[in-house]
Design a protein around this ligand. Sequence first.
Ligand code: AMP
Length: 232
Amino acid sequence: MTDEAPGARADDERLILLLVGAVGAGKGTQASILSRELGLPHLASGNLFRAAMAAGTPLGEEARVYMERGELVPDEITIGMFMEELGAPAAARGAILDGFPRTVGQARALDTTLADQGERIRRVIYIEVPTDTLVRRVAGRWVCPECGTPYHEDTDPPKVAGRCDRDGTALRQRDDDRPEVVRARLERQVPPMLAVVEHYERAGIVDRLDGTQPIEGVTGEILSRIGHGGGA
Ligand code: AMP
């Protein structure tokens, strides 16, 4: 009686959740909390590119040029890399997508791949934060190059300015977190991001959340929107 593809029933469908937000909106933070809460992998395209750069792969070297200018890496490079991660066994039950898709071209490629497998994105969570707040949040981020501990000038400063609390190493800023690069990233990346939100609004699957509220507030709202109530 049914023409559903095997494995595509609603109750065993992969939970694919997409987090959208400008740099500094807190989508990485939310993605890692949700990954723990829901037991699903956090797939972040920015992290995949940074790992490829650190490993010195050809893909990493190609991406580096764009990332250092605060530009988007071209779709031809990004789509293939991300689809491979989404098809890996680690994502067999679903995934939290952070930073992909970032263009309508990427969104269409993702939609088509999922539709071919009888799947779809469950919800798109758009975390909204005003631009001034974003620049302040991102340009204040520092990290210890030795142990990776993150700090923030305003909200989580080290005890001694510019030094890691754990090992005293001089803190560094991610190259693309410098204020001028942050502004470039916002200018170039917000318009395509808004186009992605519009693309999914047409499918009626977008939830807009206020990203200026405390971290737990945003998490609670996301969990309730996807029907996980957050234990409440
Ligand atoms: P993020 O850590 O998400 O801020 O990403 C860091 C950088 O990686 C971005 O500024 C882009 O240059 C690149 N990047 C990450 N995800 C994508 C994507 N989906 N499409 C194109 N470029 C991306």
